[in-house]
Design a protein. Structure first.
Length: 358
């Protein structure tokens, strides 16, 4: 039976439905429409709602969970809780303040490139409902790093990660220059950096994951880092499709370049076990089919490195159990993307409440 509890705020009684209203009412309507159109519509709706008096406070009251036990100190930063929003959702840093109201402990923006680019031709985003998954071949569509910086200057207290990449037209031999441009432009406005060389949607980008070019890229960014009065943490986002030998190379590269951690993992090019009609679409797959593989990568890195560096776990987190499994495998923080789309903001609250009980 549908019933609700009520919060009293500023003399107004605000209902909070005790089941996932998002999954029962909102999601079925949204899923009737093109996923990219829904993304932009949702952005506009969230922005509009947060401008209505008291609504921002109501959203915080419903979804934010605050407890000292949730706080996490990592690479010199204090996270108010370990659940972040993965890159790709708020590419251009347009909604980080409003999204943080939903209970996230940190927001990762990007992937950003030096120059604006439209990304790949549409249609480029596909919802695989039967598999609780998404395939995207967006191609780093963004308004350019300087455009994002304008909005980041308005940030007051949201912990922000800056995910950086290269423009599609930039050849790999010049990729370092693109990453440097983004790094220096964002330096004063983000709390940590993520080097994205693992997206499958920019031609030849994943070649930069090879040991020699990747080591060179990270060393060059560390040189840029040392040119600032206080260095910022640099993390590397890796693909789930790496072999164990390649993962061992990643461990060596972290030690050699002294970067601060790994984000495991990006989307996969694997299509194993899919049943949805759109399974043949080209692009990166995210969601439930990635759950086990991303956890395997986290566990491998944690065990083989003897937990020598922090790991942010991402990939297929749709339940509290998925989140706890990532953390038990060796992740220090986790990030949501597809799980957030399929399950709604209640998932963030549920995970935080479960962590408090542990």
């Amino acid at each position: 039976m549908l019933h609700a509890v009520f919060y009293e705020m500023n003399g107004i009684f605000v209902p909070q439905f005790n089941f996932t209203m998002y999954k029962l009412l909102i999601r079925p309507i949204l899923f009737w429409f093109d996923p990219e159109d829904v993304h932009y519509f949702t952005f506009s709706l969230i922005r509009f709602l947060n401008k209505i008096p008291f609504v921002s406070s109501i959203i915080k009251k419903i979804y934010q969970v605050e407890d000292a036990s949730l706080e996490k100190e990592l690479f010199g930063l204090r996270f108010k809780n370990p659940i972040g929003l993965a890159a790709g959702f708020d590419k251009d840093a347009k909604l980080f303040n409003e999204l943080s109201n939903l209970g996230f402990g940190f927001i990762e923006i990007g992937t950003l490139t030096p120059k604006a680019q439209p990304g790949n031709p549409k249609k480029r985003l596909f919802r695989l409902k039967e598999d609780s998954a998404i395939i995207n071949r967006m191609g780093f569509n963004n308004g350019g790093v300087e455009d994002a910086v304008k909005r980041l200057k308005t940030n007051k207290d949201v912990l922000i990660g800056g995910n950086i990449g290269k423009n599609k037209v930039t050849p790999n031999e010049n990729a370092v220059d693109d990453y440097k441009i983004c790094f220096n432009a964002l330096f004063d406005y983000v709390d940590y950096f993520v080097v994205n060389v693992s997206s499958p949607n920019t031609p030849n980008l994943r070649a930069l994951q090879d040991k020699e070019p990747l080591t060179n890229l990270l060393k060059e960014l560390q040189i840029e880092n040392s040119n600032h009065p206080k260095k910022k943490p640099i993390l590397l986002k890796i693909a789930p499709d790496l072999t164990n030998e390649q993962l061992m190379d990643i461990i060596d590269i972290v030690a050699e370049t002294k970067i601060d951690g790994i984000i495991a993992t990006n989307t996969t090019i694997s299509r194993d076990g899919l049943t949805s009609e759109s399974k043949t679409e080209i692009g990166g797959l995210s969601g439930k089919p990635l759950t086990n593989r991303s956890t395997e990568v986290i566990r491998f890195l944690a065990e083989k490195s003897n937990k020598a560096f922090p790991i942010i776990g991402v990939g297929g987190i749709h339940t509290v159990e998925d989140a706890l499994e990532k953390l038990e495998a060796g992740a220090d923080l986790i990030q949501l993307y597809t799980g957030f789309i399929y399950e709604g903001p209640k998932l963030i609250k549920d995970i935080n409440k479960a962590l408090i009980k542990k």
